[in-house]
Design a protein around this ligand. Structure first.
Ligand SMILES: C[S@@+](CC[C@H](N)C(=O)[O-])C[C@H]1O[C@@H](n2cnc3c(N)ncnc32)[C@H](O)[C@@H]1O
Length: 230
């Protein structure tokens, strides 16, 4: 089933491209009121600050770049960003939004992709949660190969939010027993995707793949992990 879901996941984000930012900017079905929205944006800022604290770097690789809400931050600290995503639709929005000359965009399915270079920083936002547990080791091994010795990995993703306000109001609750989740577009079309809430145990997993990492949370909504390749 998982391989079919991973294809569905690509189709979902392609179809959702034009409405994706409603989630990040808390619009429509993702608007949970002034207080929750303010909390969300404060936590986004906390993660942005953590990324900025990496400081100036040479080359960055961003995996599953989406519409660019983190690409613009990366482009500000890196000399060059290689930006990968399966969806040309989201990359078109990203290009238009970020408008930065130091980014090279490439279409890639990350479950069938091999790095052809090593980078000072490998970054991913809201991507790891879409990697099913049985593919995590293979994926992290690919990340290891894409990172220079002494280079960094930075991952940010969703916490299992107790307030239930990180997703759309018409999405079902996450099933704690399943990594699958049904998502709806604004027109009601449904897709099944993978959503895994990786927790602090990721630090040990990253160590197995050569990264000395730390795990942090911003409050209700986000975790991030930063690791150095040894
Ligand atoms: C939750 S979004 C995250 C986007 C962006 N990083 C952000 O922070 O908003 C997940 C992204 O993964 C991309 N994606 C889904 N399956 C993929 C695959 N197999 N290979 C590469 N990208 C994929 C989608 O197109 C989408 O842009």
């Amino acid at each position: 089933m998982t391989d079919q879901v991973l294809q569905d996941q690509i189709a979902y984000y392609r179809a959702r491209a034009g409405e994706y930012d409603e989630w990040f900017y808390r619009v429509g079905r993702y608007d949970w009121g002034a207080e929750r929205n303010a909390q969300w944006f404060a936590e986004v800022e906390t993660v942005y600050q953590a990324l900025r604290s990496v400081g100036k770097i040479g080359s960055a690789l961003e995996l599953a770049v989406g519409t660019g809400n983190f690409t613009k931050e990366l482009a500000a600290i890196a000399e060059h960003v290689t930006a990968l995503d399966a969806s040309e639709e989201v990359m078109a929005i990203n290009r238009d939004k970020v408008k930065s000359a130091n980014i090279t965009y490439k279409q890639a399915d990350l479950f069938n992709w091999q790095p052809d270079a090593q980078y000072d920083l490998v970054f991913m936002s809201f991507w790891l949660s879409h990697v099913p547990p049985e593919k995590l080791d293979t994926f992290l091994e690919t990340v290891r190969r894409a990172t220079k010795v002494g280079g960094k990995v930075f991952m940010v993703d969703s916490l299992r939010d107790q307030t239930r306000t990180s997703t759309a109001s018409n999405h079902a609750d996450y099933d704690p027993e399943s990594v699958y989740h049904t998502r709806k577009l604004n027109d009601g079309q449904e897709y099944t995707i993978v959503k895994v809430f990786y927790d602090e145990a990721l630090v040990a997993k990253l160590a197995e793949h050569g990264f000395a990492a730390t795990y942090h949370t911003s409050g209700d909504y986000f975790w991030w992990a930063v690791g150095v390749k040894e």
